[in-house]
Design a protein around this ligand. Structure first.
Ligand code: ATP
Ligand code: MG
Length: 499
């Protein structure tokens, strides 16, 4: 049945004002296939998907669905035809439980107009079975892990039996193991007759699950690679993505590692944590690996004073130092780059320039127009280096693609003159080429004697960048690995405690 295509987009072009972001794109989708769409940040992937979900109308071109021709979809029509989309950003209501979230606006009523909870529960349970998932349906969203929230989004989508499911970077929040779980759900979904349009920057995952891989560059469809045997090389994908082949791994330049700059001693962020002890040296990149929920983010947040600590000491340059709030940590030249770009990292209504100049809490301290002009040369340099795709530096950040927003978060911190840089999942949603540019930046920092802590679920990233890796498990340090000991397998085993 795999060969039959029922959806075809023909010569789709999309302008935002005078900016052309899709150019004459044609693509067909076959029943039951997994078709991945890859491309650099700002290539037009999300825009194309929003045209299919009815959130955006194309400027020209047609959509053919079951032999009917449409100029554009509305969200309602797209849903009716059986197209469902799971967006990049979270759209669940945090204070409602799973059932309420799944059926919000689509409640099932009984004969007398009352909400039929029993029926909804039954349908949700069937969905759980379909996905081989175990979740307490009465739990509120805010009490679920990020991985579980993603499962709820999937559950919400499959329950209404779509014909096409669009997934925009579904695993960007996940560690290797949770990502594998999502991937196996995705292939299960497609085996049951649903077509999947899959967007991801993890090219390894793309090769693992896709039947075909469509590559966009600057709004043009460059190629569609056949991946039936799951043997396409990363090099051949990147060649079409960026115009030259590149390796999946980044080769770092070795920095000069000298004295201790930070020591965390008998440190307990909150009750339930084991005692954390480690040292960070000048010129060093210290990686922190571990599963989601292993305590990485809480540890980093308590070091920078974002959450009050339960017990323990911090030494900076061998001097005991109290860090009671993020302002203290900035005073001590520690930059903390959060994992949550939408909530904490950016002011979406402001321009690229303002976002880069005003850092985190400093916006409250400094005056708003802090010398923006005098910084503009450096901002231009960072925008060019990180390949932040924006029509101008005055553009409001909300108009940038997901990955380019994330690059602004990184950019504004690289702009700071700190001694210690702490990154939590810095390259989520960033394309492979820009990732390598960012790694070069980090590498330059440590070659200039600065120090870096990087928590990451991206194995290739943490292995290629770090000098040493702390693996966390269950709110304790499971092991400390030296560079010659690094491998995906070893890290995974220590994260799970199966060594
Ligand atoms: N509402 C909008 N107004 C103006 N420009 C926009 C708007 N939405 C998107 N763009 C621009 O369209 C281009 C394509 O964006 P899109 O979000 O489709 O990229 P993407 O391939 O999904 O990238 P990413 O990998 O970063 O998510 C970008 O240059 C972006 O800035
Ligand atoms: Mg996108």
């Amino acid at each position: 049945m795999k060969e039959q295509s029922f959806l075809e987009i023909q010569n789709i072009t999309k302008y935002f004002g005078s900016l052309k972001v899709l150019s004459d794109v044609s693509l067909d989708i076959k029943k039951s296939e997994i078709l991945s769409i890859v491309g650099e940040n700002g290539a037009g992937k999300s825009t194309l998907m929003k045209i299919l979900s009815g959130a955006l109308s194309p400027s020209s071109g047609d959509i053919i669905f079951d032999d009917n021709k449409y100029e554009s979809f509305t969200p309602k029509l797209s849903k009716k035809l059986g197209i469902d989309i799971i967006y990049q950003e979270n759209i669940l209501v945090p204070t409602m439980n799973i059932i309420e979230n799944i059926f919000v606006g689509r409640e099932i009523s009984s004969l007398y107009g009352l909400i039929n909870r029993k029926k909804m529960l039954q349908i949700a349970k069937e969905g759980l079975d379909f996905l081989s998932l175990k979740l307490d349906l009465n739990k509120t969203i805010e009490n679920l892990s990020i991985a579980e929230q993603q499962y709820v989004k999937l559950l919400k989508a499959v329950i209404f039996k779509p014909r096409i499911l669009i997934m925009d970077e579904p695993t960007s929040m996940f560690n290797a193991l949770d990502a594998q779980k999502v991937l196996s759900m995705v292939s299960n979904i497609s085996k049951n007759g649903i077509s999947v349009l899959y967007i991801s920057h993890f090219l390894k995952e793309v090769i693992q699950i896709s039947d075909r891989i469509a590559i966009l560059r600057d709004g043009n469809l460059i190629s569609i690679l056949d991946n039936k045997n799951h043997d396409t090389s990363i090099e051949s994908i990147t060649k079409d993505m960026i115009g030259r082949p590149m390796s999946a791994f980044y080769k770092k330049e070795q920095s000069n590692i000298t004295d201790d700059i930070l020591e965390v001693r008998d440190f307990i962020p909150y009750k339930g944590f084991g005692k954390i002890n480690f040292r960070l040296k000048k010129g060093e990149i210290l990686g922190i690996a571990g599963m989601v929920g292993s305590g990485r983010t809480s540890l980093l947040q308590s070091i920078v004073g974002a959450i009050p600590i339960y017990q323990g000491e911090i030494f900076i340059n061998n001097i005991a130092t109290k860090i009671n709030n993020p302002r203290d940590s900035i005073k001590h030249s520690i930059a903390y780059i959060t994992e949550d770009r939408q909530k904490l990292g950016l002011m979406l209504e402001h321009s690229v320039t303002s976002n880069m100049v005003i850092v985190g809490l400093r916006d409250k301290i400094k005056s708003f127009f802090t010398n923006i002009k005098s910084h503009s040369k450096y901002i231009e340099h960072i925008v060019e280096k990180l390949k932040i795709k924006t029509s101008s530096l005055d553009k409001e950040v909300k108009f940038l693609s997901g990955g380019n927003q994330q690059k602004c978060v990184l950019g504004k911190w690289l702009f700071e003159d700190s001694q210690i840089f702490i990154f939590d999942e810095p390259t989520r949603g960033i394309d492979i080429n820009s990732k390598h540019e960012f790694y070069k930046f980090i590498n330059e920092l440590v070659c200039n004697g600065k120090s870096v802590i990087i928590a990451s679920s991206d194995m290739a990233e943490i292995i290629s960048l770090s000098d040493r890796i702390i693996v966390m498990k269950n709110k304790s340090i499971s092991t400390l690995l030296q560079r010659h000991e690094f491998s995906e397998e070893i890290i995974l085993k220590h994260s799970l405690g199966v060594i």
